[in-house]
Design a protein around this ligand. Structure first.
Ligand SMILES: [Zn+2]
Length: 320
């Protein structure tokens, strides 16, 4: 489905079957010489079909089209290998670009499994087989052009500036058009659902990063937020306030769960409230995995403030 947002700026709704996210918003910016697609959908036929239909409707020639990936997740990056032509430039932060290409290595997924188990996920089977990041990733290595804070991309009448917004992923980048006051927010700011903030691997305190990145965006003049999922947002600062309040409440919830006890992050996650109408044991594996990551990011944040204690051995435990 193609929706015109502004002159030469369109939203394509790309279905994400069997996920709570339901669909990805891909944005297409048309220029005289080059076009740009921002985010792509999973590497699966349903996404490719929807993308092709939308691009045909907009008469987009992929030989004259570049691709911008806001962050590493497969629902944003998976289709790049099917869409990028020999003449396409593909932009992403160097950190997230590295992770996208590393996701083609088996060893990487073994490391992910090891870390998941360290935080308490039961290791009865290789749960990474269920993860969308493994199932719907790009089919080959991408020759990304790295972008960083302040880089400008000019497409037609639009000048988008890259704003580094670590938190949802370490290399997450938003695109800001200061004259039009438009922010393409990726998964940094979403309406109705809250972006997942997970702590994995080399990240240290992603929730701290995320809250700082929210403040960074709150300082900008934004009239229209174009997010990676769900509806566009017109009151950016109000949504930022709501997201900050959400994480404040989550921190209190984690402290209540942990009060006077010692447990692993998986057990903490199982006791937190989630927007899913199933019992914890019936959660699909990807939802349990995202929940665990979210619990760990809050535990790390609270540990950095001295509010919980972390004990790291072969496994990691928390107490307060
Ligand atoms: Zn994401």
């Amino acid at each position: 489905m193609v929706e015109k947002i502004k002159d030469n700026l369109y939203k394509l709704e790309i279905p994400l079957p069997f996920t709570p996210l339901k669909a990805l918003n891909s944005y297409v910016i048309k220029g005289k010489e080059r076009n740009m697609i921002v985010d792509t959908g999973f590497n699966r036929p349903e996404c490719l079909d929807a993308m092709k239909k939308g691009l045909d409707e907009l008469k987009i020639d992929l030989n004259k089209t570049d691709i911008f990936v806001t962050h590493m997740h497969a629902d944003h990056s998976g289709l790049v290998s099917s869409l990028a032509s020999a003449f396409s430039k593909v932009y992403c932060s160097s950190y997230d670009a590295g992770i996208i290409n590393a996701s083609l290595n088996k060893e990487r997924w073994y490391e992910i499994l090891q870390e998941t188990v360290k935080y308490g996920f039961p290791a009865e089977e290789d749960i990474t087989e269920y993860l969308p990041g493994k199932k719907y990733k790009t089919s080959h290595t991408i020759d990304f052009i790295p972008v960083r804070e302040g880089d400008t991309l000019n497409i037609g009448e639009y000048f988008f500036v890259c704003i580094e917004t670590p938190g949802h992923t370490p290399g997450h980048i938003c695109l800001y058009e200061s004259r039009e006051k438009i922010l393409i927010s990726g998964d940094h700011i979403l309406d109705k659902i809250t972006p997942n903030i997970s702590k994995w691997f080399n990240t240290f305190n992603p929730l701290e990063d995320y809250l700082q990145s929210l403040d960074k965006i709150a300082a900008l003049e934004v009239d229209l937020v174009l997010p990676g999922h769900r509806d566009v947002i017109t009151d950016c600062r109000k949504r930022i306030d709501e997201l900050k309040q959400h994480h404040d409440k989550r921190c209190w919830e984690v402290l209540r769960i942990l009060k006077g006890k010692t447990m692993d992050a998986y057990t903490v996650a199982s006791k937190m409230k989630w927007d899913i109408t199933l019992e914890w044991n019936d959660f699909p594996v990807p939802q349990k995995w995202f929940a665990l990551g979210e619990a760990v990011s809050h535990l790390k944040f609270l540990a950095s403030r001295g509010l919980v204690e972390e004990f790291e051995g072969e496994k990691v435990f928390y107490s307060c």
